[in-house]
Write a protein that binds this ligand. Structure first.
Ligand SMILES: O=C(O)c1ccc(O)c(O)c1
Ligand SMILES: [Mg+2]
Length: 627
């Protein structure tokens, strides 16, 4: 199966685009007329450039406002068609997309349009060209692929076929199952795009908010299942109009697109195994059973402070690495690794950004399968030299060059703590039972990419994006989690440097984990224990508790305990949620301690503005903690 991407989908000059597209692994490109017109070189030069990159031009597009016109417009449209056939010949492509007319003079009528296409088919045939007809969701008379298909069917010409674009079908809510009725050989080309569900004008939505399959909310898998079931075997091409992508890294967007295509077609094959899909088989998404460890790169004064903080949270040293300046702190099955090495991956991370989470270990069903699947999706494995007596644990690169290690059971990897750290017992601690979630802060424009990373590699789903109001700007929060909730990651996207998240990004030189949320079954006894160990919570103001008393029906003595321990509260239909924050350390990192009823699925988002305001007071009060 050939993969392709429209040049409009990514940023940069035509040369930049071709390099990125070829490097990402695509077979071809759709040339958008605008891109060609803006280019200073002949059509032959463009065709040669494309082929020099090992790519082919799968489609030239768009040709607008062709069908259903009265004279003299009709003849002019045919003249224009001939000129574009000339151009296509020079570019070296034989397929052009005609989108349904938006011309104010277009008359409508299925047979009139079919006659126009029958005549066009004759002219195209004489030139060795083929024409595909696409229903734009906002076309004047044709806005539904079923009508476009009826026109193509009645035109009844071998050089005239249908082009399906998932956006136009799914954006209008047309059932993709209707595609199964169309003969596969009459579908000349497939364009794929996803989009977030937002209620807005179709044209504006299409031209600004499309995204990669899997990044949005449209049923693109069902669409592709129907297309493949129809017997289609041509290129599958991404056509993504997205304002953010037009300003982002050319290579990254091209890579994400390829990743989304491979993951989608793998999903299609798994959903309908009888379909004949000519793509290499890749391992299925691997379930994660949660976080095995979190590793901080840290040193010197910051390391001392982090150790002191961990001790107040009830963690205790429980092992030292056999070869390295790396120690293990643990409590109730939660492992925190402190890496003070001056060489290797952690040292690089520390040198670049100070104390930071440089590595996350995930418990998975099959560690090697994760690395193999990630490889098929274009994500490189990570490896470091292995010292004497050390284990080779499969890993890949994650957020901003940090590392994700995978630990499974059954291959012996789970013994790494005894083998490398000589771990004996797990200290009892303050009642922390696990890691509830990890929060990663990134810039807003990287959020789609990282959401795709997690949902394409792992068996994780995304939930709706939530707006978090920082007093100085908006932060958007997206949760990705495994179906059983064992692994939950919140991705927080900052737009402005003035938000707490934005400030963290600039203080720590890029995206990384900003907080780790520790779970307890009894937050009051845990916090009482932590307080006795010297834990200092983030202080919450009286106004917050007055508001809680007004909003919720909380017993006065419970409210008093919450206030005493600086516990925040939320609930949904299924249960209650309590949370408390540590003060920030090392440039804005912090811990959260929380207790959730099993049914509560949120993260206390309504509390975020008050938490952020309290954190900002702290920063102003004593300045950002020194490095
Ligand atoms: O927005 C448009 O005009 C437009 C043009 C060509 C396409 O293939 C398309 O899907 C949309
Ligand atoms: Mg299209």
């Amino acid at each position: 199966m050939k993969t392709s991407i429209a040049t409009v989908s990514i940023s940069g000059s035509l040369t930049d685009k071709l390099e990125a597209i070829a490097a990402a692994g695509y077979d071809g490109i759709e040339i958008f007329e605008q891109d060609f017109i803006a280019f200073d070189g002949s059509p032959r030069d463009v065709g040669r450039m494309v082929r020099d990159h090992g790519l082919e031009i799968t489609l030239f597009q768009p040709f607008r406002d062709f069908e259903g016109l009265p004279e003299p417009y009709r003849s002019k449209a045919f003249d224009r068609a001939e000129r574009k056939f000339d151009l296509m010949g020079e570019l070296g492509t034989d397929l052009v997309l005609y989108c349904s007319s938006c011309h104010p003079k277009a008359l409508g009528g299925i047979d009139r349009a079919a006659d126009d296409f029958a005549e066009l088919g004759e002219r195209a045939g004489a030139r060795g060209m083929r024409v595909g007809y696409e229903a734009l969701a906002w076309g004047k008379h044709v806005s539904d692929h079923r009508d476009a298909w009826e026109i193509v069917r009645r035109a009844d010409h071998p050089n005239i076929g249908l082009i399906l674009d998932s956006f136009h079908t799914l954006g209008r809510g047309i059932d993709p199952e209707t595609i199964r009725r169309i003969p596969g050989d009459k579908i000349f080309f497939i364009q794929l795009a996803d989009a977030p569900k937002i209620d807005m004008d179709l044209l504006y939505w299409s031209r600004h908010f499309r995204n990669m399959p899997g990044e949005g909310d449209l049923p693109v898998k069902a669409f592709m299942q129907a297309v493949m079931a129809a017997g289609y075997d041509g290129p599958i091409s991404l056509e993504i109009f997205n304002d953010q992508f037009r300003g982002s890294s050319t290579r990254q967007v091209a890579q994400d697109g390829y990743r989304s295509l491979v993951a989608l077609m793998d999903d299609v094959r798994r959903a309908e195994p009888a379909l004949d899909i000519d793509l290499p088989r890749i391992p299925a998404r691997v379930p994660s059973h949660g976080v095995s460890f979190i590793e901080f790169a840290t040193r010197g004064d910051e390391a001392d402070k982090l150790e002191a903080l961990l001790a107040t949270l009830g963690f205790a040293p429980s092992g030292t690495h056999r070869n390295k300046a790396v120690s293990l702190w643990s409590q109730g099955g939660v492992r925190i690794v402190l890496n003070k090495e001056t060489e290797g991956h952690a040292a690089t991370a520390f040198n670049a950004r100070g104390t930071t989470v440089c590595d996350i270990g995930l418990r998975v069903a099959d560690a090697q399968a994760v690395v193999d699947r990630a490889g098929a999706l274009g994500i490189a494995p990570f490896s470091q030299p292995i010292g004497p007596g050390e284990m080779d644990i499969p890993a890949i690169r994650g957020l901003s060059g940090s590392v994700l290690h995978f630990i499974d059971e059954g291959t012996g990897l789970e013994h790494v703590w005894q083998v490398e750290f000589g771990q004996s017992e797990t200290p009892a601690g303050a009642g922390i039972t696990g890691i509830d979630h990890i929060a990663q802060t990134m810039s807003y424009e990287d959020m789609l990419s990282w959401t795709l990373f997690y949902t394409s590699v792992f068996d994780m789903r995304k939930s709706a994006m939530v707006d978090v109001f920082d007093p100085d700007g908006l932060v958007r929060s997206q949760v990705v989690e495994s179906p059983d909730g064992a692994l939950k990651i919140t991705l927080n996207g900052a737009d402005s440097h003035r938000t707490l998240a934005g400030r963290f990004l600039s203080e720590t030189f890029g995206a990384s984990v900003q907080h780790v949320a520790l779970a307890t079954d009894d937050i009051f006894s845990t916090l009482t224990d932590m307080t006795a160990r010297g834990f200092e919570p983030l202080p919450m103001p009286q106004n917050y508790y007055d508001d809680l008393a007004a909003r919720f029906d909380i017993a006065p003595d419970l409210l008093a305990r919450m206030q005493e321990l600086n516990v925040l509260y939320d609930h949904d239909e299924k249960g209650a949620f309590f949370q408390c924050y540590s003060k920030a350390f090392a440039g804005g990192l912090f811990f959260e301690i929380l207790q959730r009823d099993p049914g509560y699925t949120g993260f206390g988002a309504p509390n975020a503005p008050f938490r952020i305001a309290a954190q900002k007071r702290q920063v102003r009060g004593r300045g950002m903690p020194a490095r």
